[in-house]
Ligand binder design. Structure first.
Ligand SMILES: Cc1cc2nc3c(=O)[nH]c(=O)nc-3n(C[C@H](O)[C@H](O)[C@H](O)COP(=O)(O)OP(=O)(O)OC[C@H]3O[C@@H](n4cnc5c(N)ncnc54)[C@H](O)[C@@H]3O)c2cc1C
Length: 418
């Protein structure tokens, strides 16, 4: 058993010493001239990749290069919904692996990621919605994934604040419900993986922007950064929002569009909603944070761009959709709003893959729904990088599928931002 240097005694000692000599949760080393593996991007996926490379695959010298601060991209901007109820076997298995990792993550990292299995509800507002819900729910059960169908009365019993009247513009006809789904604290996920990776010797280098990918004879040899050239024969890119920018540095054309995606939170309220409610039809979803804020999100802004902000029309439509479902929230004041940049693939599924350049790997295209995949994505990507072969769970998510046509269309399960 590893010595726990974050014991209650160290907390007490630091409290009385006014945090003098408080040890940083991770080091801030200067970059070494070379590494066995360079991970580009210090979001949750990149940090999880580095953690599993070190902890499971015993790779020796690993660096995570982050152009800003860790978790400052989509990881710290998302609405934290975690679920695994995807339609197709390939996605269902990958997200379910991730959900299983979530269930033991706080213990694995010795860091409370505040994973709360409060359930995720997907509403149906039309006959076709309900047919899709039954189809997906049955597919989930065949894959051993928990899924229930709720009637409007059962929904009302669980979420009294929701309007399930037949007279609503979009009447609630039923819902699928995944009890094991829920939410987690997004910053804690980045911090937990960072601290655990650092403990295993991973160099986490912030304010280190990759501006070039170096290659010779069809193989990667390192990266150019604002802190100089760093060499490695393996470069793993996990730079959500900027994957096509990184791809172009290696002359790879990625099948990716980068879109703004927004979220907003209300002033804190007393507990009023203890599950997650999503609706593809009205295009909104909502949960309540432990602080009491209503956490609300919508779909992507339709245009492409790299500005971490969005347009007002999305917020307007989003809030209207939420008030439609929850008239009682119409007088709640919104506190703040923000945006991230998400990489979207044409089939609404990620790319976790080797590339045509030896030693260069890409993990991207998680679109609006990659937070839930954080541990699973790191798990399979670490395997892919360590063995130079995909794990069985990400073999189908290769980059060649956009030329072979073996797409995995998850637009139904990923239809609204989540
Ligand atoms: C508003 C919003 C709501 C969302 N809601 C959910 C949700 O409820 N559930 C869910 O599952 N998913 C959700 N998502 C999606 C989810 O946040 C992402 O899919 C996921 O966080 C991607 O993780 P990541 O670690 O790959 O990316 P990021 O956290 O974005 O990490 C990528 C990192 O790469 C860095 N980087 C980029 N270029 C370079 C470079 N040249 N050099 C060095 N570093 C670089 C960036 O600074 C960034 O820190 C949401 C996203 C947004 C924006």
């Amino acid at each position: 058993m590893k010595k726990n240097r974050y014991s209650i005694f160290s907390l007490a000692r630091n409290a009385v010493s006014y945090h003098k000599d408080w040890r940083a949760a991770w080091r801030s080393p200067d970059p070494a001239p070379s590494y066995d593996v360079i991970v580009v991007g210090g979001g949750g996926h990149g940090l999880a990749t580095a953690y599993y490379l070190a902890a499971k695959h015993k790779v020796g010298r690993i660096a995570v290069l982050e152009k800003g601060w860790i978790g400052g991209g989509n990881t710290g901007r998302n609405t934290t919904i975690v679920r695994s109820n995807y339609l197709w076997d390939e996605s269902a298995h990958l997200y379910e692996k991730s959900l299983q990792l979530w269930e033991g993550l706080s213990q694995e990292l010795n860091f409370n990621v505040m994973f709360s299995q409060r359930g995720v509800m997907n509403l149906g507002h039309s006959l076709q919605d309900m047919r899709d819900i039954y189809r997906r729910s049955n597919a989930n059960r065949l894959n051993g994934i928990d899924s229930e169908i709720l009637s409007p009365a059962e929904i009302k019993a669980m979420v009294p604040a929701m309007n399930v009247s037949e007279n609503a513009r979009y009447p609630v006809l039923g819902a699928s419900f995944q009890p094991r789904g829920g939410v987690a604290r997004h910053d804690a996920v980045a911090w937990g993986f960072a601290r655990a990776a650092d403990e295993r010797g991973v160099d986490i280098i912030q304010n280190c922007e990759v501006s070039g990918i170096l290659k010779e004879n069809g193989a990667v040899t390192g990266v150019e950064t604002n802190r100089g050239v760093i060499r490695s024969s393996k470069v793993a890119v996990v730079a959500a929002g900027h994957s096509s920018v990184l791809g172009s540095m290696a002359e790879l054309r990625m099948p990716i569009e980068s879109h703004p995606l927004q979220a907003l939170v209300s002033e804190p309220l007393k507990p009023v909603l203890d599950t997650v409610v999503m609706s593809n039809a009205v295009h909104g979803y909502i949960s309540q944070s432990d602080k009491g804020e209503l956490v609300i999100g919508a779909g992507i802004d339709a245009y492409v761009g790299y500005g971490q902000r969005g347009s007002f029309s999305i917020i307007e439509g989003n809030v209207a959709a939420i008030v439609e479902l929850f008239p009682v929230f119409s007088r709640v004041r919104m506190l703040r709003q923000w945006g991230g940049i998400v990489d979207v693939c044409p089939d609404a599924c990620p790319i976790v893959s080797k590339t045509s350049i030896k030693g260069l790997y890409f993990n991207c295209g998680w679109g609006t729904g990659g937070f839930k995949a954080t541990p699973g994505s790191g798990w399979v990507f670490a395997h892919t990088v360590a063995h130079d072969e995909p794990h069985a769970l990400n073999a189908a998510f290769n980059i060649e599928r956009f030329t072979t046509g073996a797409l995995i269309d998850e637009h139904g399960a990923a239809g609204v931002a989540h």
